[in-house]
Design a protein around this ligand. Structure first.
Ligand SMILES: Cc1ncc(COP(=O)(O)O)c(C=O)c1O
Length: 385
């Protein structure tokens, strides 16, 4: 049986109600949302509304319309980055970011002369808020930071960063791909103006779901980078100004949102709380057991420090891809090796030239026994190198 330790890419399995909700919507409703008035079309709209309400509640967004659906975390980040930045604007980001931030910014730099400052991190992957403040200048229009690195799991001090952006009136965009569903996020209390999240990782919804929270500070400046049908104000030649229609063009992934709504419901239940605890315990067990194994280097925050559910490592004498291949072949331990779409982070850690690291990412259903199998394999590899 497979031991799935690639939850940082997408979570699996999903809680049972998620499969049921997708199946039920697909078989029994199947209509588009926000367009027609017949009963099943209204049911589809209800699915979308229920999911939106649950997402707004999870992140303490004051208004439902501030939650915009996207097709994944990358899509949400693109909506924000391309929608906010214009010619010769300056943006501050960090070396810890995923390519879903780095590549849009590189493209904006190439095509619109957007200036990008990359703030570094320490050996544990932590970013210093004062360095973010120092990188801000008169032309800075946005600060974009990941809540947790998908390589090291290091959780960044978002509220402390917001303490530098808010007084200056610079929107703060947070990439919560690795924390949403796992680490509590309150957009107002933490000073987050825009929050991008995948629906299919820690939020436990199906692939093809994601969201962008758009707070008041950014909402009037954010241009819709996609235009099309919204089912509202159809006589107008241009995109409606109001949210969420301003950023939601075309038919929504209602099947995915049905699953996401069920997932958010499950996460808020006692079973969900237990699942999150189990995921954190599995991550801690993995990290603790790998610490100090001769020949194994474990990256990220020190023991006891908060981390997202990823543990990345290297084994002396092995290529990362080789390790992942052996883990899969010997016990169907499924994990990801390489640069994890975060090339600057691997440069910062000094692991880019060795082909990156091996990343194991537990989920809500990962058991201690599964962790022990993975650890034992890693130990025996390290001792035979
Ligand atoms: C930190 C980070 N940001 C963004 C993404 C992109 O998310 P998605 O796969 O939903 O597009 C990922 C996932 O791979 C990630 O780990």
């Amino acid at each position: 049986v497979r031991i799935y330790l690639d939850n940082a890419a997408t979570s699996w399995p999903k809680p049972e109600p998620v499969y049921q909700a997708v199946d039920r919507y697909q078989r029994e409703v199947g209509a588009a949302a926000g367009r027609a008035g017949y009963r099943d079309a209204q049911k589809a709209q209800q699915v979308v509304d229920v999911a939106r309400r649950a997402a707004a509640r999870l992140f303490a967004a004051p208004d439902l319309a501030q939650i915009v659906w996207a097709s994944n975390g990358t899509d949400a980040l693109n909506l924000a980055l391309h929608g906010l930045l214009g010619p010769a604007d300056h943006v501050v980001t960090t070396v810890c970011e995923h390519n879903s931030v780095l590549r849009p910014l590189a493209t904006l730099a190439r095509d619109l002369d957007v200036q990008v400052s990359y703030v570094g991190c320490d050996a544990s992957g932590s970013v210093d808020p004062d360095q973010i403040a120092q990188a801000i200048n008169d032309r800075t229009r946005l600060v974009v930071v990941s809540h947790a690195s998908n390589v090291t799991g290091t959780i960044q001090p978002i509220a402390e960063i917001a303490a530098h952006t808010q007084p200056r009136g610079i929107p703060l965009l947070v990439d919560a791909a690795q924390t949403a569903g796992l680490v509590p996020i309150d957009v107002i209390a933490m000073g987050i103006d825009l929050l991008a999240a995948s629906g299919h990782k820690g939020l436990l919804g199906p692939l093809g779901t994601g969201l962008l929270y758009v707070g008041d500070a950014a909402k009037d400046r954010l241009r819709p980078v996609r235009q099309g049908g919204t089912g509202s104000l159809s006589e107008q030649p241009f995109q409606p100004d109001h949210y969420p229609d301003r950023l939601e063009s075309g038919n929504l992934n209602v099947a995915g949102l049905a699953g996401l709504a069920a997932a958010l419901d499950w996460l808020a239940s006692p079973a969900g709380e237990l699942g999150v605890q189990q995921e954190m315990a599995a991550t801690e067990r993995l990290f603790e057991q790998l610490q100090g194994v001769p020949g194994v280097s474990v990256y990220g925050p020190p023991p006891g420090a908060p981390r997202a559910s990823v543990v990345s490592l290297a084994i002396d004498g092995y290529e990362p891809q080789e390790i992942a291949g052996i883990l899969d072949a010997s016990a169907e331990v499924q994990c990801r090796a390489g640069l994890h779409c975060a090339p600057r982070m691997h440069q910062a850690l000094g692991t880019a030239s060795q082909g990156g690291l091996v990343r194991l990412s537990p989920g809500w259903s990962t058991t201690p026994a599964e962790i022990d199998i993975a650890v034992e394999l890693i130990r025996s590899l390290a001792s035979s190198a």
